[in-house]
Design a protein around this ligand. Structure first.
Ligand code: PGA
Length: 252
């Protein structure tokens, strides 16, 4: 399976900066046989889509509102994202959960809406440090995955990428031990198998996120059950991010 290397710019980069980024980045990842997805701010979706037009790079939003349209000042709908030509959307990032009150229920509504609109969801799950220290990881992840995928059919999973991002690893420079990542990926697959079945579970793309950088990416790329990565801080430099993309290259 081709690996997925995804960027989450968060609230960084003006439209002009995104354009400059792509001028540098695109030639560095040409013909790399890796699925690259860039999560840019709403304000740069259209620019990024246009810049990436003749490439295989996909452009993603970082959030969306679950409603169709209406009186939701400041919000952006799935249809609006589709209108820019973007193909993906990050849903349920831990910063959205902790800073903006998103819940498993609202995450599920957003995924359902994204699917209906033809957007691929990058669905984020992950435990806090408190939860990990108190042996609550399995329970929390199980609930996030089960509730997030409520009412979603097996044939829709091809449009969902699950990103396991332990909250304590995001932006901290701390990466879980290899065994912790492998175990949690196994856990997510077993939860998927219990909702759907083993075969379906084995086909879902599972990515790891949290302090991935251009030095640890090679080791992470080799971990069992890891189909890709979601990168925040280290994705902001096009050369560093291109290096991460190259680390995930698989032979054709
Ligand atoms: P980080 O962020 O790579 O800066 O830790 C990852 C994320 O939040 O998706």
């Amino acid at each position: 399976m081709e690996k997925y290397v995804m960027a989450n710019f968060k609230m960084n980069k003006t439209d002009l900066e995104v354009e400059e980024y792509l001028n540098t980045f695109i030639p560095l990842v040409k013909d790399k046989n890796v699925k690259v997805i860039l999560g840019v701010p709403f304000t740069s979706l259209k620019t990024a889509v246009q810049k990436a037009k003749k490439t295989d790079i996909m452009i993603s939003a970082q959030n969306m509102n679950e409603n169709e349209k209406g009186s939701f000042t400041g919000e952006v709908s799935a249809e609006m994202i589709c209108g820019t030509g973007a193909e993906c959307v990050i849903i349920g990032h831990s910063e959205r959960r902790s800073l903006y009150g998103e819940t498993n229920e609202s995450v599920n509504k957003k995924i359902l809406k994204a699917l209906k609109s033809g957007l691929t969801s990058i669905f984020c799950v992950g435990e806090t440090l408190y939860e990990r220290k108190n042996q609550l990881t399995a329970e929390v992840i199980k609930k996030q995955v089960t509730d997030g995928l409520k009412s979603i059919y097996a044939n829709e999973l091809k449009n969902i990428i699950i990103a396991y991002e332990p909250v304590w690893a995001i932006g901290t420079g701390v990466v879980p031990m290899d065994v912790e990542i492998i175990e949690t990926m196994k856990l997510i697959r077993s939860v998927l198998a219990s909702i759907y079945d083993e075969t379906i579970a084995s086909e879902v793309v599972l990515a790891y996120g949290g302090s991935v950088n251009d030095t640890n990416c090679k080791e992470i790329s080799k971990l069992e059950g890891v189909d890709g990565v979601l990168v925040g801080g280290a994705s902001l430099d096009p050369k560093k991010f291109a290096k991460i993309v190259c680390a995930f290259e698989t032979k054709k």
